[in-house]
Design a protein around this ligand. Structure first.
Ligand code: HEM
Length: 540
């Protein structure tokens, strides 16, 4: 009798823990294999989640090798830890083509990062109008923003990597790239002088780091207790959010005043005659807010919150991507670095030494390095994470029915390591895509042009999901591509990188791959590197 009571108590405990950790499992389709589980498991779901926490990469690659054409359950405990139905790579196109009324990326982000608690202004979460501005205005303005971005990139490198031409010294790659990306990106978001204000930039980075931590604590909290627990667990988020918004609000109020009353007094620097019309994300958000006619849209705190959210979605992804590229290059060969430098120099000579969009577009080898690194170091283990939002659910071509509320994704790691998709898939081949682009040669030059464009860094496709794919693909990818190309070209031209013996290993946290946070590069300012000209020869 005592034994039966113990077994029943045990089962109840397992049920409760399961409900707490994996609230969505009740809806999962039945009969699918569980990635990470073994035949001998008593509690396959839990044991698989544990194994996946310890060796996600290996388990996903094994699942791809053994049943890549079959849907499977992927239980994940940890950050981003929803349980996914992992669909076969053959259904990537199907998922890509679904509108956000059937499969929603946004729902994955909002639910996954628990925005309900981690973002204090839920108006922004339910009205993400700033996302539209990325596709429309930011992407179109890249060429105009480039001189300023170059300016901030140059100053950022000087500050982070120094100007000593005599000896090599260590730089922490993660911190230095984060600072440079944040500075350049915020030039596009809020302009000068704010993009140089380290307190503001650090608050943005601090928020992005604090949020996953708060989310993690909340995800382990029983749902009914979350509103209460969030008061404590989101304190770090609130701290950085308040710092960031408080620093930006005076600028926003000033700009709003100028819009409402163009004759209101200007600041000293604005009357000097050198001031240019603001052309940054904050300005576009203000215009968008005013056009909407909804006063809630132009609340200074709301506008500042939008810029903070932009920092959240862009800084980490861009920093991690450039960190990976730098580590890949620093662990390749001096010849690769020289070949890239030669290309950058040749293009700059052709383009009068200006860092223009045209010049960046001509740097094919540089583009290939970025794409190759993003392919090999895919930041997320699975691709196209989506939540089923259609009330009737979603049925795949292989007949698996996913009820509304389920999370799904497609194989990504397996694809980029598949020798049938990429030749020598595990090797970093910096000029892989230059070769593939040159192989495109048919009788139709227009078709070839489109085909070659599909092999560039920001171009998405079913075999390359670094930026997602389809209608919900990353809207910031064209901006990110120009910004990162610029950074890489500048780093190569103006710094020597000491080649490493081996590339520092990555860590996996949940489904996220994180390059070593304390990896160091040894760098030295190149002798005789003449300061590049930007902004019509004016460095500010
Ligand atoms: C190299 C840098 C970046 C990488 C690797 C990256 C990657 C991604 C990926 C994989 C997605 C999901 C797409 C899908 O599943 O189909 C995404 C979404 C998104 N990205 Fe990026 N991204 C980068 C930079 C940026 C930048 C610079 C911005 C903003 C300027 C941005 C804004 C967004 C937004 C707003 C979403 C969609 C979220 C939503 O719908 O709410 N990203 N990104």
């Amino acid at each position: 009798m005592a034994l039966i009571t113990k077994i029943i108590a045990g089962l109840i405990c397992v049920y409760i823990v399961r409900k707490l950790l994996f609230p969505s499992v009740a809806h999962l389709p039945k009969g699918l294999p569980i990635i990470g589980a073994k035949d001998s498991d008593w509690f396959p779901f839990f044991q698989a989640a544990l194994r996946n926490a310890l060796n996600l990469r290996g388990n996903i690659l094994e699942a791809y090798a053994t049943h890549k054409d079959q849907a499977a359950i992927l239980p994940i405990a940890g950050p981003g830890g929803q349980t996914f139905v992992l669909l076969p790579a053959s259904e990537t196109k199907l998922v890509t083509d679904q509108p956000n009324t059937v499969l929603s990326l946004r729902e994955v982000i909002v639910q996954g990062l628990l925005y309900e608690y981690t973002i204090s202004d839920n108006f922004i979460v339910s009205n993400p109008t700033h996302t539209k501005l990325i596709t429309t205005t930011l992407t179109n303005q890249v060429a105009n923003l480039l001189p300023g971005l170059a300016n901030e990139t140059i100053r950022g490198f000087e500050q982070q990597w120094g100007t000593d031409t005599e000896s090599f010294h260590d730089v922490t790659i993660w911190d230095s790239m984060g600072a440079i990306v944040s500075r350049a990106t915020n030039y596009a978001f809020v302009g000068l002088p704010y993009c140089r204000d380290s307190a503001l930039l650090n608050a943005g980075i601090g928020f992005a780091r604090a949020l996953p931590f708060s989310q993690l604590l909340l995800s382990f909290t029983w749902k009914p207790l979350r509103p209460l627990a969030s008061l404590l667990f989101t304190l770090p988020c609130r701290y950085y959010e308040n710092r960031f918004t408080q620093m930006l609000i005076p600028e926003i109020e000033h700009r709003l005043q100028q819009v409402d009353n163009p004759t209101s007094p200007l600041r000293a620097e604005e009357t000097s005659g050198e001031a240019e019309k603001k052309n940054d994300f904050l300005e576009w958000c203000i215009e968008q807010a005013k056009e909407s006619g909804d006063p809630r849209m132009w609340q200074p705190r709301t506008l500042a919150g939008r810029i903070l959210l932009m920092n959240l979605v862009s800084i980490h992804t861009s920093s991690l991507t450039i960190v990976n590229v730098m580590l890949d290059l620093a662990s390749s060969t001096p010849e690769v670095l020289e070949e890239l430098r030669a290309e950058v120099k040749q293009v700059l000579d052709e383009c009068g030494g200006q860092w223009t969009k045209l010049a960046l577009g001509k740097m094919e080898k540089l583009d290939s390095v970025l794409r190759e690194s993003a392919r090999l170091n895919t930041l997320v283990a699975v691709g196209l994470r989506r939540r089923v939002v259609a009330k009737e659910g979603f049925t795949t071509t292989s007949g698996v029915h996913l009820p509304c509320g389920n999370f799904c994704a497609v194989h990504n790691l397996g694809v980029v390591h598949d020798p049938n998709v990429y030749e020598q898939p595990d090797t970093f081949k910096p000029f892989r895509f230059v070769g593939l682009r040159r192989d495109v040669n048919s009788d139709d030059p227009n078709k070839d042009h489109v085909q070659r464009a599909r092999l560039t860094f920001p171009a998405t496709g079913c075999d390359y999901l670094a930026f997602g794919n389809g209608r919900q693909a990353c809207p910031g990818r064209f901006f990110a591509a120009s910004e990162l190309k610029l950074m890489l070209a500048y780093a190569l031209m103006y710094y020597d990188l000491e080649i490493m013996d081996s590339r520092p290993g990555d860590r996996w946290i949940g489904i996220l791959r994180i390059p070593s946070s304390n990896a160091k590069l040894r760098v030295r300012r190149r002798k005789g590197s003449v300061q590049p000209s930007v902004n019509n020869d004016k460095l500010v």
